[in-house]
Write a protein that binds this ligand. Structure first.
Ligand SMILES: Cc1cc2nc3c(=O)[nH]c(=O)nc-3n(C[C@H](O)[C@H](O)[C@H](O)COP(=O)(O)O)c2cc1C
Length: 221
């Protein structure tokens, strides 16, 4: 599966089979997260793999009763904010901390999908409780919970806004009438024109053929 297929076909999976997930796959997913870009290369993410089944079973009550969170594998992604704050002040701890972890989480979702696993990014949870369970210190913050397992569902097709709705040029409100034209990406137009020219040439050839045929007939050739 190439990267574009992986991005396009990845979905949130919230139902898992009982098949155990191989530990090397869990580590490969953490490694994918760890390869994400981060402001100043500070790598503030921490991947806390929960191994205690009883703790995992207790998670849904701290996640708005989302039962699927008691998944075969659960990884809490926490941000260590100290270095980011030191280097970048409030922008580091409030913005880059989240952005860095988000980049890591998306890598993890894609890696899971590429390995045939299903995963879901869970953001709705009681921060204090998750912090307590994972003993997250005060200068750190739980950013997300990642649930993992072999998929036992095939989610319905996702409704995606049209690309024209979300791609803008130069200013926030500029709407694009013709994406290909705006991108100076004329391949569609060229293909259309080539087809038109092809049709004209074919017509021309036919005309010449008809003319020659009539001419020869007149001359008795
Ligand atoms: C920041 C964030 C928080 C999310 N929190 C939850 C959550 O608490 N529960 C859940 O079921 N899905 C959650 N999701 C997953 C989204 O619902 C899902 O990505 C979205 O519906 C698009 O579907 P897709 O992932 O299949 O493309 C979260 C996603 C993000 C990015």
């Amino acid at each position: 599966m190439d990267i574009f297929d992986c991005i396009r076909t990845r979905r949130s999976i919230r139902s898992y089979s009982t098949k155990p997930v191989e530990f090397d796959k869990i580590l490969a997913i953490c490694e994918a997260g760890h390869n994400a870009p981060s402001a100043g290369n500070l790598q503030n993410w921490r991947f806390i793999i929960l191994t205690d089944r009883q703790t995992i079973a207790s998670l849904p009550q701290h996640c708005l009763n989302q039962e699927f969170v008691a998944a075969p594998v659960v990884i809490v992604i926490a941000s260590q904010n100290e270095d980011l704050e030191k280097h970048y002040g409030i922008r580091g701890s409030r913005l880059y901390a989240i952005q860095n972890c988000s980049a890591a989480i998306q890598n993890m979702l894609l890696a899971a999908h590429a390995l045939g696993l299903g995963a879901c990014w869970v953001g709705a949870f009681d921060e204090e409780k998750i912090g307590e369970i994972c003993k997250i210190p005060s200068q750190a913050r739980p950013q997300a919970i990642l649930t993992l397992g072999y998929p036992q569902e095939d989610p319905p097709t996702k409704i995606l806004r049209k690309l024209d709705d979300v791609v803008r040029f130069n200013t926030f409100d500029s709407r694009i009438k013709d994406l290909n034209h705006e991108l100076r990406f004329y391949s569609d137009e060229i293909e259309k024109k080539t087809k038109e020219v092809g049709t004209i040439v074919q017509k021309g050839k036919k005309n010449i053929h008809d003319y020659m045929h009539a001419f020869k007939k007149r001359k008795g050739i």
